[in-house]
Design a protein around this ligand. Structure first.
Ligand code: ADP
Ligand code: MG
Length: 579
């Protein structure tokens, strides 16, 4: 007996619709995309009951003819593709010809539309898989699509919808994604008859500011990089304004919002050392790339994408963000608005700590960083870093508090440093650019130290051998699974080399990374946490000033390699408020 049937069209449509329309916001997304494709300059979205009861999207785009107004509800009917080859040159938001068919399979739809050349408009009511009413109407140029009673015919699905708050949040997310990727279009969102957004046509930066908060105006760093035919433009947020939630991160490929954990990682890792691990920076980045180098036909929602060479894109994204962050390096500008790179080009070489040198370094540089704070509002502040300075008023000696903290008054501010974190940052940056196979930073051991490993740990050691050397360890292979340490990094106080090397192995195992550059970074972080320039409990004034000096010679003095804050700042107002 044969047991295979072909499903009725209405059932097949419902199944297929489930992939495209998952919740009210999917309808908002698809309808807005259609309006964008129809070259609308104004798009208005009207929501009732978080979209569960009604969603209407009205545009002033090209409209549809009488016949198209009926045909558009057929599955796989589209004006945007005609042959398979077109799939590799998609320039529109839609191309699968599924959205309207899917929306109509799970809700009741009323379409009103008129083309510029048409005398009258057309209205089509679509329910339960068929046209139930068609009439001529008078209508403005453009299209209005109203979807009512979402999932009325699939109660199980309807029950799965979340609270109105959550569903509305999803709708706003889709709305904002469309709005910031099309700043030239006017966007309006009306929820329960109240206007939530009314965004006038503008440029990207203003659109971002009006979509979020006024304060974003001073929070955005421009990103504008071109690599051959690929460009990466947009805005990224300043590190200090990162948030605890991931929400405001937007990645667009050829103006289409996409979800891509791999590229998000590229961005996140460019911020490494600048923000805490659990915080997320803002970004709205637009990658433009030849349409034949990406496949967007991966998933019905069109938010997934496959690059022909995703490693290349990863590296390009990472390097362009790093560049932008570097260019606008705001690291030492505690609360200052100016986008000035204060420490750029200052490459204080961090040498081994010798007593005489501490004094020398201190007298030469101690005022420099203090000046940074004093003159931060002055244009071209770099000048002050090299100028012989007269003595600075209001500078007191630093004071140690408990074991880990240093208090230091600078001008009218009190800075509180966690010197362990500061030392980590100093060491981390010192070795970040150091060269493999050069022992300039090594001090020879009196007695060589031999360390044995088991087979798998030794494999890791082989992998990171050069990286360990680049920190200043003079090591060699010795016998089957062991190494000999002939020298250790100089300028460090009391280090336990075995513990440090074991730490490397442990961190590499925990991090499970294959990327060479990441392995090196893991090692540097591990090393900077285990080693110290100064490792004693009671610090002298000179030592404290040395740490502060060196910290401010770093590229990113604000955070430890793990993203912990190295110092906090208390201004007069804050201190006075304590009383
Ligand atoms: P797709 O967008 O993938 O082509 P849809 O189901 O979303 O598929 O829409 C089907 C067709 O209906 C579109 O190709 C377009 O020709 C037409 N259409 C849909 N919405 C609009 C609109 N707002 N204005 C003009 N035409 C529209
Ligand atoms: Mg569409």
């Amino acid at each position: 007996m044969n047991i295979i049937n072909t499903l009725p069209k209405s059932v097949a449509n419902q199944i297929a619709a489930g992939e495209v329309i998952q919740r009210p916001s999917s309808i908002v997304k698809e309808l807005i995309e259609n309006s964008i494709d129809a070259k609308a300059t104004i798009i208005k979205v009207i929501i009732k009951d978080a979209g569960k009861q009604s969603i209407t999207v009205i545009d002033n785009g090209i409209g549809m003819s009488k016949v198209d107004a009926v045909n558009c509800f057929e599955r796989h009917s589209t004006s945007k593709l005609s042959k398979a080859e077109d799939l590799f040159h998609v320039k529109t938001m839609g191309f699968r010809g599924e959205a309207l068919a899917s929306i109509a399979a799970v809700s009741e739809v009323i379409l009103k539309t008129k083309k510029k050349i048409g005398k009258t408009g057309n209205q089509v009511t679509f329910k339960e898989g068929k046209v139930i009413k068609e009439s001529d109407i008078s209508f403005e140029n453009g299209t209005s699509i109203n979807a009512k009673n979402l999932f009325y015919n699939i109660p199980a699905r309807r029950n799965f919808l979340k609270s109105n708050n959550v569903e509305l949040r999803h709708i706003i997310d889709e709305f904002i994604r469309a709005a910031i990727s099309h700043p030239k279009i006017k966007f309006i969102l009306i929820n329960e008859e109240a206007e939530m957004y009314n965004l006038d046509p503008t440029n990207l930066k203003r659109r971002i500011v009006s979509s979020f908060k006024k304060s974003y105006e001073n929070n955005l760093i421009t990103c504008n990089e071109k690599y051959g035919a690929i460009s990466i433009v947009g805005y990224i947020g300043k590190p200090e304004n990162s948030k605890r939630t991931r929400g405001e991160q937007f990645l667009f490929v050829n103006n289409r919002f996409i979800k891509n954990a791999y590229l998000n990682h590229a961005i996140k890792s460019s911020y490494e050392g600048l923000i805490e691990d659990k915080k997320f920076p803002f970004y709205a980045l637009f990658i433009k790339i030849n349409t034949d180098l990406v496949d967007i036909n991966i998933h019905p929602t069109k938010t997934e994408i496959k690059f022909e060479d995703d490693k290349l894109i990863y590296n390009l994204v990472k390097s362009s963000i790093k560049k932008s962050l570097e260019k606008f390096n705001i690291s030492p500008s505690i609360n200052f608005d100016a986008d000035v790179n204060f420490t750029k080009n200052i490459n204080f070489d961090i040498k081994p700590v010798e007593k005489e040198e501490i004094t020398e370094s201190h007298s030469k540089k101690k005022k420099d960083w203090a000046k940074i704070f004093e003159n931060v509002k002055v244009e071209n502040s770099e000048r002050f870093l090299f100028e012989e300075t007269s003595s600075i008023e209001n500078e007191n000696d630093p004071v140690q508090f408990l074991e880990n903290f240093i208090f230091k008054q600078v001008g009218e501010k009190l800075l509180i440093f966690n010197h362990k974190f500061c030392q980590q940052r100093i060491l981390y940056e010192k070795y970040q650019n150091s060269n493999t196979n050069r022992y300039t930073n090594t001090q020879q051991n009196l007695f060589p130290l031999y360390i044995d490993f088991n087979g798998s740990d030794f494999k890791i050691i082989q992998d990171i051998f050069d990286d360990i050397k680049s920190i200043g360890f003079n090591i060699d292979y010795f016998g089957k699974n062991s190494i000999v340490i002939n020298g250790i990094p100089s300028g460090l106080d009391d280090i336990n080399e075995k513990e440090i090397i074991d730490g490397f192995i442990e961190e590499i195992k925990n991090n499970n990374s294959d990327l060479k550059s990441e392995k090196r970074d893991i090692i540097l972080k591990s090393f900077s946490k285990k080693a110290r320039i100064i490792n004693k409990k009671n610090l002298s004034t000179i030592e404290m000033n040395l740490i502060i000096d060196r910290l401010f010679a770093c590229k990113n003095p604000k955070y430890s390699p793990d993203g912990k804050q190295n110092f906090i700042e208390l201004g007069i107002d804050k201190v006075e408020n304590l009383f």
